[in-house]
Design a protein around this ligand. Structure first.
Ligand code: F6R
Length: 362
């Protein structure tokens, strides 16, 4: 049942504030973080290894910034297909964390099995509680997104991020990098996400208009710094999956090390830049693109748009959001742009060619 939507993907995009609220209610009780048994004590963990595929991997990439920043916990991330054959040494004090919507992805499951008996703890962040990955982990953490039907993952991504954000706060608390007051404040930020997301979802018409222009492009670049680098990847993946437009993500600072050679008036460059500590850096990279005739679509908030100055091709004005949770909210324009561009091109949004919802063979 598409609930009045034209596609499951659009229904699942719209559902995000409500499924996120479920996840928040499950993990935050009376202002405190509650994990299911057997719990998790980050004081005993010295290192976190996170492994996943595709969109779930980009959730890991965001989480790496969170864990390192707020919990000062060293994090290694890898895509499952590389991790499993790399056979990395797993040293004492390592927790291994696997993120998977389906819980059945062959490479992710193989990576988990590789860590069995080597890692101190095997944690999974999954949507399907009875899946192989959930069953084979010491601590399966459900994301409570409900069934995701669209092949392109949307609500699972933001629910994965929400659970990982809460876990990063828990790690910060256990490791003494946040006191009770700071934990309460951080949890309030996470709890504010569904409400702010509703404002971002109201940008549907705006992104639809922009997407009509994007649909003409053959190549599109996405740029971001910090956690927005991960969102740039997610935006590019979503766009290529369902609209078949070639899209690439780069860390803004990497631009001048090669990809800037691609920039001309035919390549839209989507810059994801909330007004945060890295904003000025990203904007200076954006100006380098504009100086070479590149068409910039800037996704930022009001203050960011003001400071970025004139000359951008188009702007998507996002609601103001705390930098810690901004990656969860900025998933919305990434999803909406891909969705409307695909609709505009007339591709099969829910069943893109060559793709399967669950990749159970390597
Ligand atoms: C992208 C997408 C895929 C999956 C990947 C992992 O929209 O859906 O990249 O994220 O195949 O799948 P799970 O999360 O089921 O392990």
């Amino acid at each position: 049942d598409k609930g009045g939507h034209k596609h499951f993907m659009s229904k699942e995009i719209a559902e995000q504030p409500s499924v996120l609220t479920n996840a928040l209610g499950y993990y935050i009780k009376n202002g405190k973080i509650e994990l299911p048994d057997p719990g998790l004590d980050f004081t005993k963990i010295e290192r976190l290894t996170m492994v996943a595929c595709g969109t779930a991997y980009y959730a890991c990439l965001v989480a790496k910034y969170w864990f390192e920043q707020v919990a000062r916990l060293p994090v290694e991330i890898d895509v499952a297909s590389e991790f499993r054959y790399r056979e990395p040494p797993i040293t004492k004090g390592t927790a291994a964390l696997f993120v998977s919507q389906s819980g059945e992805t062959a490479d992710t499951l193989a990576a988990l099995r590789y860590c069995e008996g080597k890692a101190d703890k095997i944690i999974s962040v999954v949507n399907v509680p009875e899946s192989s990955i959930a069953r084979e982990s010491d601590l399966p953490l459900p994301i409570l997104a409900g069934t995701e039907i669209g092949v392109a993952s949307t609500k699972a991504f933001t629910c994965q991020l929400t659970v990982l954000a809460i876990l990063a706060i828990k790690a910060a608390q256990d490791r003494g990098h946040m006191d009770a007051k700071q934990v309460a404040e951080a949890l309030e930020q996470v709890k504010s996400v569904p409400g702010i997301m509703n404002h971002a979802l109201a940008l549907g018409e705006r992104t639809k208009a922009v997407s009509r222009n994007l649909a003409e492009a053959r190549d599109i670049l996405f740029l971001g710094r910090g956690p927005m680098y991960a969102l740039a990847h997610e935006g590019a993946l979503k766009l290529k999956e369902i609209s078949y437009i070639h899209a690439e993500a780069y860390a803004s600072g990497e631009l001048k090390h090669g990809p800037i050679a691609l920039v001309d008036e035919h390549v839209p460059v989507i810059v994801m830049a909330p007004r945060d500590a890295l904003f000025d850096k990203t904007i200076s990279n954006m100006q380098e693109v504009m100086a070479r005739g590149g068409k910039v679509l800037l996704i930022t908030d009001e203050q960011g748009a003001k400071e970025a100055g004139p000359g951008v091709w188009d702007t998507i004005l996002m609601p103001e959001v705390d930098p810690f949770v901004a990656p969860i909210v900025y998933a919305i324009p990434a999803q909406l742009l891909a969705y409307h561009t695909a609709v505009s091109k007339g591709t099969d949004v829910d069943q893109p060619r060559n793709l399967a919802k669950s990749v159970t063979v390597e």
